[in-house]
Design a protein around this ligand. Structure first.
Ligand code: ADE
Length: 229
Protein backbone atom coordinates (compact mmCIF):
# COMPACT_ATOMS: atom_id res chain seq x y z
CA UNK A 1 0.00 0.00 0.00
CA UNK A 2 2.93 2.37 0.49
CA UNK A 3 5.39 1.52 -2.25
CA UNK A 4 3.77 3.69 -4.91
CA UNK A 5 3.05 6.82 -2.88
CA UNK A 6 6.36 6.85 -1.03
CA UNK A 7 8.46 6.20 -4.09
CA UNK A 8 7.28 8.96 -6.36
CA UNK A 9 7.52 12.67 -6.80
CA UNK A 10 8.13 14.89 -3.77
CA UNK A 11 8.38 12.02 -1.26
CA UNK A 12 10.83 10.18 -3.46
CA UNK A 13 13.05 13.26 -3.77
CA UNK A 14 12.82 14.05 -0.05
CA UNK A 15 13.93 10.52 0.79
CA UNK A 16 16.73 10.57 -1.78
CA UNK A 17 18.05 13.83 -0.28
CA UNK A 18 17.78 12.27 3.14
CA UNK A 19 15.62 15.13 4.30
CA UNK A 20 13.35 12.48 5.71
CA UNK A 21 13.74 8.81 6.57
CA UNK A 22 10.59 6.75 6.12
CA UNK A 23 10.39 3.11 7.10
CA UNK A 24 7.52 0.67 6.93
CA UNK A 25 6.97 -1.99 9.57
CA UNK A 26 4.58 -4.84 8.95
CA UNK A 27 2.71 -5.53 12.20
CA UNK A 28 2.21 -9.14 11.18
CA UNK A 29 5.97 -9.64 11.29
CA UNK A 30 5.79 -9.09 15.05
CA UNK A 31 3.17 -11.78 15.64
CA UNK A 32 3.93 -15.08 17.32
CA UNK A 33 2.66 -18.62 16.97
CA UNK A 34 2.08 -20.91 14.07
CA UNK A 35 -0.67 -18.82 12.51
CA UNK A 36 0.92 -15.43 13.07
CA UNK A 37 -2.34 -13.93 14.16
CA UNK A 38 -2.48 -10.16 14.41
CA UNK A 39 -6.13 -10.19 15.47
CA UNK A 40 -8.45 -12.18 17.69
CA UNK A 41 -12.04 -12.36 18.91
CA UNK A 42 -13.56 -9.54 20.89
CA UNK A 43 -13.93 -10.04 24.65
CA UNK A 44 -17.60 -9.80 25.50
CA UNK A 45 -18.61 -11.21 22.13
CA UNK A 46 -19.83 -9.65 18.94
CA UNK A 47 -18.71 -9.90 15.37
CA UNK A 48 -15.50 -8.43 14.09
CA UNK A 49 -11.92 -9.18 14.96
CA UNK A 50 -9.79 -6.96 17.15
CA UNK A 51 -6.11 -6.25 16.56
CA UNK A 52 -4.01 -7.75 19.32
CA UNK A 53 -1.91 -5.43 21.43
CA UNK A 54 1.40 -7.34 21.56
CA UNK A 55 2.37 -7.16 17.86
CA UNK A 56 1.56 -3.44 17.81
CA UNK A 57 3.63 -2.73 20.94
CA UNK A 58 6.46 -4.83 19.51
CA UNK A 59 6.30 -3.14 16.10
CA UNK A 60 6.40 0.30 17.73
CA UNK A 61 9.33 -0.78 19.86
CA UNK A 62 11.20 -1.94 16.76
CA UNK A 63 10.35 1.25 14.91
CA UNK A 64 11.56 3.33 17.84
CA UNK A 65 15.00 1.81 17.90
CA UNK A 66 17.22 2.82 20.72
CA UNK A 67 15.55 6.04 21.50
CA UNK A 68 12.43 4.32 22.77
CA UNK A 69 14.03 2.38 25.59
CA UNK A 70 16.35 5.22 26.50
CA UNK A 71 13.71 7.85 26.72
CA UNK A 72 11.13 5.62 28.28
CA UNK A 73 13.40 5.29 31.28
CA UNK A 74 13.10 9.01 31.73
CA UNK A 75 9.40 8.49 31.42
CA UNK A 76 9.23 10.66 28.35
CA UNK A 77 7.49 9.23 25.40
CA UNK A 78 9.55 9.54 22.32
CA UNK A 79 9.13 9.28 19.38
CA UNK A 80 5.69 10.77 18.95
CA UNK A 81 3.28 7.88 18.47
CA UNK A 82 0.13 8.50 16.47
CA UNK A 83 -2.81 6.17 16.03
CA UNK A 84 -4.80 6.77 12.87
CA UNK A 85 -8.53 6.41 13.27
CA UNK A 86 -11.73 8.25 12.39
CA UNK A 87 -12.23 8.79 16.12
CA UNK A 88 -9.13 10.97 16.36
CA UNK A 89 -8.59 14.71 16.39
CA UNK A 90 -8.95 16.17 12.90
CA UNK A 91 -5.68 16.61 11.00
CA UNK A 92 -5.05 20.20 9.85
CA UNK A 93 -2.22 22.24 8.38
CA UNK A 94 -1.54 23.49 11.90
CA UNK A 95 -1.01 19.89 13.02
CA UNK A 96 1.22 19.29 9.99
CA UNK A 97 3.47 22.12 11.18
CA UNK A 98 3.63 20.68 14.68
CA UNK A 99 4.49 17.23 13.32
CA UNK A 100 7.13 18.72 10.99
CA UNK A 101 8.87 20.03 14.08
CA UNK A 102 9.18 16.58 15.62
CA UNK A 103 12.20 14.40 15.12
CA UNK A 104 10.48 11.06 14.85
CA UNK A 105 6.86 10.17 14.21
CA UNK A 106 5.35 6.71 14.31
CA UNK A 107 1.99 6.10 12.66
CA UNK A 108 0.02 3.07 13.71
CA UNK A 109 -2.31 1.99 10.93
CA UNK A 110 -5.07 -0.02 12.53
CA UNK A 111 -8.00 -1.72 10.95
CA UNK A 112 -10.82 0.67 11.57
CA UNK A 113 -13.14 -1.88 13.13
CA UNK A 114 -11.04 -2.62 16.10
CA UNK A 115 -7.85 -2.29 17.94
CA UNK A 116 -7.25 -3.38 21.52
CA UNK A 117 -8.01 -0.39 23.73
CA UNK A 118 -4.70 -0.80 25.61
CA UNK A 119 -2.90 0.49 22.53
CA UNK A 120 -4.93 3.67 22.86
CA UNK A 121 -4.51 3.96 26.58
CA UNK A 122 -0.91 3.00 27.09
CA UNK A 123 1.05 3.32 23.89
CA UNK A 124 0.07 6.29 21.80
CA UNK A 125 0.55 9.99 22.28
CA UNK A 126 -2.24 11.08 20.01
CA UNK A 127 -5.11 9.76 17.88
CA UNK A 128 -5.59 11.50 14.53
CA UNK A 129 -8.29 11.39 11.86
CA UNK A 130 -7.96 12.81 8.36
CA UNK A 131 -11.67 13.52 8.08
CA UNK A 132 -15.18 12.49 8.97
CA UNK A 133 -15.37 9.41 6.79
CA UNK A 134 -14.37 5.84 7.30
CA UNK A 135 -11.46 4.14 5.57
CA UNK A 136 -10.87 0.43 6.01
CA UNK A 137 -7.52 1.12 7.63
CA UNK A 138 -5.16 3.91 8.50
CA UNK A 139 -2.67 3.40 5.65
CA UNK A 140 -4.08 6.02 3.29
CA UNK A 141 -4.28 8.44 6.22
CA UNK A 142 -0.63 7.80 7.09
CA UNK A 143 0.35 8.60 3.53
CA UNK A 144 -1.71 11.81 3.50
CA UNK A 145 -0.10 13.03 6.72
CA UNK A 146 3.40 11.97 5.62
CA UNK A 147 2.99 13.98 2.43
CA UNK A 148 1.69 17.08 4.21
CA UNK A 149 4.42 16.96 6.86
CA UNK A 150 7.37 16.13 4.60
CA UNK A 151 6.82 19.06 2.28
CA UNK A 152 7.16 21.39 5.28
CA UNK A 153 10.65 20.15 6.11
CA UNK A 154 13.11 22.86 5.02
CA UNK A 155 14.83 22.04 1.73
CA UNK A 156 12.27 19.50 0.56
CA UNK A 157 10.21 21.72 -1.69
CA UNK A 158 12.79 23.52 -3.83
CA UNK A 159 10.99 26.79 -4.22
CA UNK A 160 10.44 27.87 -0.62
CA UNK A 161 8.08 30.51 -1.88
CA UNK A 162 5.63 27.95 -3.18
CA UNK A 163 5.17 26.33 0.21
CA UNK A 164 4.78 29.71 1.88
CA UNK A 165 2.09 30.89 -0.51
CA UNK A 166 0.14 27.62 -0.18
CA UNK A 167 -3.36 27.95 1.09
CA UNK A 168 -3.25 27.62 4.84
CA UNK A 169 0.48 28.12 5.23
CA UNK A 170 0.25 31.46 6.99
CA UNK A 171 -3.46 31.86 7.42
CA UNK A 172 -6.60 29.89 6.74
CA UNK A 173 -7.13 31.45 3.33
CA UNK A 174 -7.31 29.74 -0.03
CA UNK A 175 -4.92 30.39 -2.86
CA UNK A 176 -5.83 32.92 -5.57
CA UNK A 177 -6.72 31.73 -9.10
CA UNK A 178 -3.77 30.93 -11.36
CA UNK A 179 -3.46 31.04 -15.14
CA UNK A 180 -0.81 30.06 -17.64
CA UNK A 181 -0.50 30.10 -21.41
CA UNK A 182 -2.28 30.18 -23.78
CA UNK A 183 -3.71 33.63 -23.14
CA UNK A 184 -6.94 32.58 -24.81
CA UNK A 185 -8.13 28.99 -24.54
CA UNK A 186 -11.39 28.00 -26.34
CA UNK A 187 -12.25 31.69 -26.34
CA UNK A 188 -11.74 32.08 -22.58
CA UNK A 189 -9.16 34.77 -21.91
CA UNK A 190 -6.92 35.23 -18.89
CA UNK A 191 -8.00 38.19 -16.70
CA UNK A 192 -6.42 41.28 -18.28
CA UNK A 193 -4.98 42.55 -15.03
CA UNK A 194 -2.50 39.67 -14.97
CA UNK A 195 -0.81 40.93 -18.12
CA UNK A 196 -0.92 44.59 -17.08
CA UNK A 197 2.56 44.48 -15.58
CA UNK A 198 1.26 46.46 -12.60
CA UNK A 199 2.51 44.35 -9.70
CA UNK A 200 0.80 46.35 -7.00
CA UNK A 201 -2.58 45.97 -8.71
CA UNK A 202 -1.98 42.28 -9.36
CA UNK A 203 -1.22 41.76 -5.70
CA UNK A 204 -4.42 43.50 -4.65
CA UNK A 205 -6.44 41.50 -7.22
CA UNK A 206 -4.99 38.20 -6.00
CA UNK A 207 -5.66 39.02 -2.38
CA UNK A 208 -9.22 40.00 -3.22
CA UNK A 209 -9.86 36.79 -5.18
CA UNK A 210 -8.37 34.66 -2.43
CA UNK A 211 -10.59 36.29 0.18
CA UNK A 212 -13.68 36.08 -2.03
CA UNK A 213 -13.14 32.39 -2.69
CA UNK A 214 -12.56 31.62 0.97
CA UNK A 215 -15.55 33.70 2.04
CA UNK A 216 -17.94 32.04 -0.41
CA UNK A 217 -16.77 28.46 0.18
CA UNK A 218 -15.56 28.37 3.75
CA UNK A 219 -16.64 31.41 5.78
CA UNK A 220 -15.82 29.38 8.90
CA UNK A 221 -12.13 29.57 7.97
CA UNK A 222 -12.20 33.35 7.79
CA UNK A 223 -13.91 33.56 11.14
CA UNK A 224 -11.01 31.63 12.64
CA UNK A 225 -8.60 34.34 11.50
CA UNK A 226 -8.34 37.06 14.07
CA UNK A 227 -7.60 39.67 11.39
CA UNK A 228 -10.99 39.09 9.76
CA UNK A 229 -13.30 38.91 12.73
N1 ADE B 1 -8.84 4.95 9.61
C1 ADE B 1 -10.08 4.76 9.14
N2 ADE B 1 -10.68 5.89 8.84
C2 ADE B 1 -9.78 6.89 9.11
C3 ADE B 1 -9.80 8.30 9.02
N3 ADE B 1 -10.87 8.96 8.56
N4 ADE B 1 -8.70 8.96 9.41
C4 ADE B 1 -7.63 8.32 9.88
N5 ADE B 1 -7.55 6.99 9.99
C5 ADE B 1 -8.61 6.27 9.61
Amino acid sequence: MFRGPLEMSMLKRARAKKAVNIRIFDIRYFTKGKHRLADDYSYGGGSGMIMKPEPIFEAVKAASGESYSKLQKKNRRFPWIILLSPQGVQFTQKKAKVFAGKKHLIFICGRYKGIDERVRRYLINEEISIGDYVLSGGEAAAWVITEAVTRLIPGVVGDKESVETDSFYRENIFDWPHYTRPFKYRGWPVPKILISGNHKKIQVWRRKKALEKTFSRRPDLLLKEKNYE
